[in-house]
Design a protein around this ligand. Structure first.
Ligand code: PLP
Length: 420
């Protein structure tokens, strides 16, 4: 049914969001109230989980001072890259003896570089509870073909048994499973006296969640997530123990130039001093600096985390009142404050087969995009059909608040179509 096919929203029974009586098993043909189309719209409808919304107030003027047409090896260019490294280090409170580099190919490049350079010296446990974790597990098993690899898996919405991880082995995991909306609640499960290394893909967590750096030997992220930077630039953080491994372990497989972190058996210092392996975009570097300046203005890491947690809290309040949606994360402690994944629990939806669920959710998501109130909020292609809202710091809480009644409206319309 197209919007309006039942007549105007006003001619239907209208319920305020969350106040409609909940019937646990309505007949598929039963018509439930469809909320009226809200009047207030999000000022910025960008709720994508990557690339994420630019910071509030961003315009291309933020890039005016970019060193365009200059060599990235010129002194001022290297200094700007160094400033990105230094400011990231300061804002995140990184330990002094950890090394940070700008590397090619975004978070994927950074994490692959770490896995290909470091793994193989001992057994590895890979934790997978979303499609990115599955991707790393697949690389370990099918590309690196490590003999001694275990994959600890969990379904969407759950975490694997963290108590089963063996820290005498290397451990690869995502801090926040972006496609499941499930994060590890803290680092208490990570052994301080581990002999293996911990490799953490934290791209949708850094700058939004507090990370226990001393428990993490490798951390990777990209600019296009929490600070709303441009894509394709990766950040790679190494602990002293990770550097030690690099300098003592030579992988048996060939390493392409963009993965090479050592020279003559020693850490290649260049990338950690702003001398990148290959050419970065100085436009993106300028944008990253802009994001870092904004982060500073809003209170640094505390401000960023507070904004993101407030966004999650605002969605959680609404979910609490809703009768058609739940968090995909089953344990509230594991709910992500960045990639907020929601499962549709309306019985009319649950009665559908997976393909029809996907089509129905897509229809609701498209309606919202057509209205210009929310872009890119469908769940990830491998995840259960539902919604995913980005709640990172660049998203304004007021915009999420304005969006939520639209979600009720869009679902009301999509569900009415099911009964039509
Ligand atoms: C957990 C996780 N890992 C890796 C990636 C890939 O990041 P990129 O596209 O920056 O390489 C993403 C992107 O959403 C992600 O969320």
């Amino acid at each position: 049914m197209s919007p309006g096919a039942l007549g105007s929203a006003e001619s239907r029974s209208i319920a305020a969001p969350g106040t409609a009586p909940y019937d646990p098993a309505p007949a598929l043909t039963e018509e439930l109230p469809v909320p009226a189309k809200p009047e207030r719209r999000p000022v910025r409808p960008q709720f994508s989980s990557g690339p994420c919304a630019k910071r509030p107030g961003w315009s291309a003027a933020a890039l005016d001072a970019a060193l365009l047409g200059r060599s990235h090896r010129a002194r001022p260019s290297v200094e700007r890259i160094r400033t990105v490294l230094g400011e990231s280090r300061r804002l995140l409170g990184l330990p002094d003896d950890y090394r940070l580099a700008l590397v090619p190919a975004s978070d994927t490049g950074a994490f692959e570089m770490a896995m290909w350079s470091l793994l193989g010296a001992r057994g590895v446990d890979v934790l997978a509870w979303d499609s990115f974790g599955e991707g790393w597990a697949s690389d370990v098993e099918k590309q690196l073909r490590l003999d001694d690899a275990r994959v600890l898996r969990a379904d969407y919405g759950e975490l694997p048994d963290l108590g089963a991880v063996d820290f005498a082995r290397d451990v690869a995991f995502t801090w926040n499973g972006t496609t499941a909306g499930v994060r590890v609640p803290d680092g208490d499960w990570i052994a301080d006296d581990r002999s293996g290394l911990t490799l953490c893909d934290a791209t949708s967590a850094v700058f939004a969640m507090r990370l226990p750096w001393e428990k993490l030997d490798v951390v990777t992220w990209s600019w296009q997530k929490v600070l709303g930077g441009e894509a394709q630039h990766g950040m790679l953080l190494l602990s002293p123990r990770a550097v030690e491994r690099l300098e003592s372990h030579t992988p048996p497989w060939p390493l392409p130039k963009i993965f090479r972190l050592t020279k003559g058996g020693k850490l290649a210092e260049g990338p950690f001093r702003g001398e990148t392996i290959n050419t970065p975009s100085m436009l993106c570097v300028e944008d990253a600096l802009d994001g870092l300046r904004w982060a500073d203005e809003i209170g640094g890491l505390d401000g960023l985390v507070a904004r993101s947690e407030a966004n999650l809290a605002c969605v959680a309040d609404w979910v609490e009142r809703s009768d058609w949606v739940e968090f995909l994360a089953t344990d509230p402690r594991t709910r992500s404050c960045t990639s907020i994944c929601l499962a549709i629990t309306d019985p009319r939806f649950l009665a559908l087969d997976p393909a029809a669920r996907g089509a129905t959710a897509k229809q609701a998501v498209s309606r919202l995009a057509d209205e210009g109130v929310a872009y890119d909020i469908g769940s990830y292609r491998d995840a259960p059909a539902g919604l995913r809202l980005w709640g990172g710091a660049t998203v304004e809480r007021a915009d999420l608040e304005a969006l939520l009644p639209w979600l009720d409206w869009a679902w009301g319309e999509a569900a009415a179509d099911l009964g039509a």
